[in-house]
Design a protein around this ligand. Structure first.
Ligand code: PLP
Length: 404
């Protein structure tokens, strides 16, 4: 028998969402007639819009012809798409050859961890998207799980709570090789301003760290004064990688498409360009994103596609407004939902899992326990607005009725 990778055994009770699915299944076994509405997992629900669908369709048809067929593509993505991402989503502040198209921001996070290796140290926002911590554990960058602190030894947790306006106290933050920073944030929905983002960049520069900036929700930023990309901040190109995704803005969670930006100026200590090694990783562990998905994205980035993208995002943000108004009416303290499809709600006097069970039991509404995103998420629930409007309305109506 082969010995199990000891790092796998360190992971805490699986990934958060399988645990939610397990509890949902248990609940349904006890209450088979219950009609559960999910404000839980952050998956999209709205159909892919017509012009973007047309881009996918046309490519499928092309592949079905002898003349139009193509096999493996460039591992870094279609040149036209790389250039279009740089031009349309970054206003040309980065170059197309710095964009590496991928099958999504989650697999890019895992491949980045392989790039950094098991000796790298990391810092994460607390709470944060669980994949940064779990991929770090799997790679062997951490010590054991510390039950008392609900943290992994060896990871630097940067507390982000209402009391500090969801922005970490960098004076208290230890130097690490890598800093994961997600903005707008999953799960809290908080979005930082330009001054705060500059503070993070300066902190990374002082510590000679690499900042991995996850902008999977940047298209949800509606306030023009707020930064969408890390590269809007002076000095960031020497320290920052940006990972991002088509999943949420155009409903590509199942189609799969994302990208990483690795600026030419970003170097390792020995002077090796980070994008040289990233290219090696991409050509070894990854064989390029689907050509069909990439043609959908090409359509998403022309004028018609961008208009459709904005409509999809507005729909979800209106959902967020409906949830926020209702929860505030019930007296809850609610954050986020303005520049992200997530609301972050304090549940006074209860643990996150107790509140999760209460919402499920009384209103048959599925939420996400905040503590699943890190110890500072204890006492909060995350509500997702990525649902059908009628489900959102029904969910809030049930909560208002059953939980007064
Ligand atoms: N990053 C964050 C912060 C996310 O919330 C998610 C998905 O929920 C991802 C990355 C994953 O994106 P993708 O679907 O492109 O893998």
């Amino acid at each position: 028998m082969v010995k199990r990778n000891p790092n796998m055994a360190k992971l805490q009770s699986g990934y958060l969402f399988p645990e939610i699915a397990r509890r949902k299944k248990e609940f349904l076994a006890r209450n088979p007639k219950a009609k559960i509405i999910s404000l839980g997992i952050g998956d999209t629900t709205q159909p892919i819009t017509p012009h973007i669908t047309k881009g996918l369709h046309n490519e499928v048809s092309r592949l079905g012809t002898r003349k139009g067929y193509s096999g493996y593509g460039a591992e870094q993505g279609l040149e036209e798409l790389r250039n279009k991402i740089a031009e349309k989503l970054y206003n040309g502040i980065i170059k197309g050859d710095e964009v590496f198209v991928s099958d999504g921001a989650k697999p890019d996070t895992a491949r980045l961890q392989v790039l950094f290796g098991s000796n790298a140290t990391i810092a994460v926002q607390d709470p944060s998207y669980p994949v940064y911590v779990d991929s770090s554990v799997i790679l062997g960058q951490t010590g054991n799980y510390n039950q008392r602190k609900s943290q992994f030894d060896g990871i630097e947790y940067m507390e982000c709570v209402p009391e500090n306006n969801f922005f970490p106290d960098l004076k208290k933050t230890k130097k690490t090789d890598i800093i994961f920073f997600c903005n707008p944030n999953n799960p809290t929905g908080a979005a930082v301003n330009r001054r705060q983002l500059k503070e993070i960049v300066d902190f990374a520069r002082r510590n000679k760290s690499i900042l991995v900036y996850d902008s999977a929700y940047s298209q949800f930023i509606t306030d023009k004064k707020l930064p969408k990309s890390i590269y809007e901040i002076e000095g960031s190109k020497e320290v920052a990688i940006e990972i991002s995704s088509f999943s949420k803005p155009i409903g590509f969670t199942g189609v799969r498409l994302g990208w990483a930006v690795i600026p030419n100026e970003l170097l390792f200590e020995d002077g090796t360009p980070v994008n040289k090694d990233w290219n090696r990783i991409a050509t070894t562990l990854f064989n390029g994103a689907s050509n069909i998905a990439q043609h959908g994205a090409l359509n998403a980035l022309d004028a018609k596609g961008m208009k459709e993208m904005r409509q999809t995002i507005s729909y979800y943000l209106e959902n967020a407004g409906i949830i926020r108004d209702s929860m505030e009416k019930l007296g809850y303290e609610v954050y986020g939902g303005r520049h992200a499809p997530y609301l972050w709600m304090r549940v006074p006097g209860k643990t996150s899992w107790e509140a999760f069970e209460e919402f499920l039991g009384k209103a048959n509404v599925l939420t996400t326990p905040g503590v699943g995103f890190g110890p500072s998420g204890e006492g909060f629930l995350r509500l997702s607005a990525l649902d059908h409007r009628e489900d959102v309305k029904e969910a809030v109506e049930r909560i208002e009725r059953c939980m007064k």
